[in-house]
Design a binder for this molecule. Structure first.
Ligand SMILES: CCCCCCCCCCCCCCCC(=O)SCCNC(=O)CCNC(=O)[C@H](O)C(C)(C)COP(=O)(O)OP(=O)(O)OC[C@H]1O[C@@H](n2cnc3c(N)ncnc32)[C@H](O)[C@@H]1OP(=O)(O)O
Length: 171
């Protein structure tokens, strides 16, 4: 299976915040943003492995700034590392006020997607090649984040999380 570069999975998604997307403060509902982020991450992971993918997990999502009614939601998604059948997708979100021409950071998150075969079972994905320094840093950190999320999901024994343990215990 041929490896693919990180940038081959890069996508940008834009949405306009309409009244039906907002809460009583006139800001974008968090749940609506998560819905769009899920779709963006699904497209990016599908581009990497050329197969249908399922959301396996979403890492902690904190909302730095609300996105206002009438503003544009700008989502960038790119696979940061591929494992065996799963991929970590890095997402960054900005709000854009196109009238006054400025952009503000809204949030950042990591989603994990699993590629599925025609029987709906996890299937192998191509390895990912980071090319830039930023992609390399995301790639390097992905193993630690994977170990943490698998421990929290009860799918990994903390004793086996060597990369994560190395952060706390220096030899
Ligand atoms: C054709 C080209 C298309 C291109 C363009 C497509 C565009 C198309 C756009 C679509 C955009 C919509 C995208 C929305 C997608 C949904 O909304 S999907 C709906 C929500 N998600 C679900 O319902 C998933 C339900 N869960 C499951 O089906 C299964 O638990 C899973 C996720 C498939 C995992 O299966 P499993 O039997 O537990 O398998 P297991 O062998 O233990 O683990 C498989 C992998 O999952 C990982 N994993 C399992 N649990 C976790 C966890 N909690 N955290 C992290 N990783 C985990 C494992 O580490 C393993 O990874 P690898 O080590 O192999 O790399």
């Amino acid at each position: 299976m041929e490896s693919k570069t990180a940038s081959e999975s890069f996508i940008i998604m834009n949405e306009l915040v309409l009244p039906n997307d907002t809460n009583t403060f006139g800001n974008l509902m968090g749940g609506r943003l998560m819905y769009w982020m899920d779709i963006a991450a699904g497209i990016a992971s599908g581009k990497h492995c050329n197969a249908p993918c399922m959301t396996a997990s979403v890492d902690n999502l904190s909302f730095k700034n609300p996105i206002k009614l009438g503003n544009i939601v700008h989502i960038e998604a790119q696979v940061s590392r591929a494992f065996n059948t799963s991929m970590e997708v890095h997402l960054r979100v900005w709000g854009e006020d196109s009238l006054h021409q400025y952009r503000y950071e809204s949030n950042e998150a990591y989603f994990t997607f699993v590629a599925l075969d025609p029987n709906g079972k996890p299937r192998k994905v191509p390895a990912l090649i980071p090319e830039t320094a930023e992609e390399q840093a995301l790639y390097d950190g992905a193993l630690r984040r994977r170990q943490l999320r698998l421990i929290l999901a009860g799918k990994m024994n903390p004793d086996d999380a060597s990369e994560l343990r190395a952060l706390f215990f220096k030899s």
